[in-house]
Design a protein around this ligand. Structure first.
Ligand SMILES: *Cc1c(COP(=O)(O)O)cnc(C)c1O
Length: 403
């Protein structure tokens, strides 16, 4: 057997079988490119699922990890941690939020958000409030509470009983939210753009109406920006496009340039319900992760990355719309900045495989939505290279449907 085959056999032998993986072993990355163990090069339009927003191994992130790892890798949150303070300050100064709780993943950030929402209801005397309204086609993580919050049955199957107190409504349907709200509602949680659910954007005024409803009824509004935060949409946070603030927001994925991290941000009013002993995480806000976070966030803010995301994203979107004009089996192109979905009339997995054969990594979600999540530093030229390959591959599909 070749070395690659042996490694893949060991992978399949020893690792829990929770992922269906492509037969590639990725060993190196730089910018928008990754390489396999046998030297094959790919353009990466997956970017670790919206994690590597600055591209692979961004020099400033690498430097920060190297420097911090020589100084201090971990200490307990019994003590103050320099880069943790710095990252919290950066996030608060550039968002609606006053305080940050650090953890290690998106699911954990959402757990923290939902715990805080329940605690806040109790602390403000509304002891009957515990229900959380979330959206159909949402995705909030894989822990028990976050699969329950996720409005997709396929993630619930086999894990009964789920956590009590969740209600689901269709995304972009204000009437449904109004019907679902009861005196027991403590929070509404929504992704400002649904990622896993197929890149679904909010309709005009939807977030504002949610905000208004929450304000009137004393309900907390939680944004899950785990996927669309940190510049993905061309602004640091997706909510900035509408200028509608939440009470709580969650971040993870690209927050530390690829190092595992999660964060829950909240206003002072709400955050005060998290006093000493109410919530914790051993690794949360760890020196190494937050040092990488400081490097990632400051690079995002200083180096014209957001500008590039908007500019290249617009070009990408327009060219995908051109393809839609050309191929009638493309149902819709949706997105903002560099999270773009292209919905097809058929399963997209074959197109993902064909793109891989041509040297491009792309993703498909919900079965038929091709999802493009390149690093935000991607160039127009690199996007055009993918589009050229995609055009050829879609052309093959057209021939397939015609014959
Ligand atoms: C990826 C994702 C999560 C879960 O994050 P993990 O780090 O995998 O726990 C939660 N919400 C959204 C919107 C996501 O895209």
């Amino acid at each position: 057997m070749t070395a690659t085959k042996t490694l893949i056999a060991d992978s399949q032998r020893y690792i829990a079988n929770t992922y269906s993986r492509y037969p590639l072993i990725l060993v190196r990355g730089q910018g928008c490119k990754v390489w396999t163990n046998d030297g094959k090069e790919y353009f990466d339009f997956v970017a670790g699922l919206a994690v590597c927003n600055l591209g692979h191994c961004h020099p400033k992130v690498v430097q920060a990890i190297q420097d911090q790892s020589r100084k201090l890798i971990h200490v307990s949150n019994f003590y103050h941690i320099e880069p943790q303070i710095e990252l919290a300050k950066l996030l608060c100064e550039n968002s609606f939020a006053d305080r940050v709780f650090f953890c290690n993943s998106g699911a954990e950030a959402n757990e923290a958000a939902m715990k805080l929402a329940k605690k806040y209801a109790k602390d403000t005397g509304r002891t009957e409030r515990f229900e959380i309204i979330t959206m159909e086609k949402s995705f909030h993580g894989r822990t028990m509470a976050t699969i329950t919050a996720t409005g997709q049955e396929k993630f619930h199957k086999g894990f009964d009983p789920l956590v009590p107190g969740y209600k689901y409504v269709p995304f972009n349907d204000m009437e449904a939210v109004l019907r679902a709200v009861t005196p027991n509602t403590c929070a509404i949680m929504v992704e400002p753009i649904q990622g896993e659910g197929g890149v679904n954007c909010p309709s005009d005024g939807y977030l504002r109406e949610l905000r208004e409803l929450c304000r009137k009824r004393g309900i907390l509004l939680i944004y899950d920006e785990v996927q669309v935060g940190m510049g993905r949409t061309g602004k640091l946070f997706a909510y900035e496009h509408e200028g509608v603030y939440p009470d709580i927001m969650t971040l993870a994925k690209s927050l530390a340039g690829g190092v595992p991290i999660g964060a829950m941000l909240a206003t002072e009013e709400v955050a005060k319900s998290f006093g000493p002993g109410t919530h914790a995480s051993t690794f949360g806000g760890n020196p190494l992760a937050t040092a990488a976070g400081v490097a990632a966030v400051s690079t995002l803010l200083e180096d014209g990355v957001l500008e590039n995301c908007r500019r290249v994203g617009e070009h990408f979107f327009n060219r995908l719309m051109d393809l839609k004009g050309e191929y009638p089996f493309i149902k819709e192109v949706r997105g903002r900045g560099l999270i773009i979905g292209m919905e097809l009339e058929f399963e997209g997995s074959q197109i993902v495989t064909r793109c891989m054969e041509e040297g491009f990594l792309i993703n498909c979600t919900m079965g038929n939505v091709l999802r493009f999540l390149p690093p935000l530093i991607v160039t127009t030229k690199e996007v055009d290279q993918l589009l050229g390959a995609l055009d050829r591959i879609l052309g093959e599909c057209k021939e397939g449907t015609e014959s």
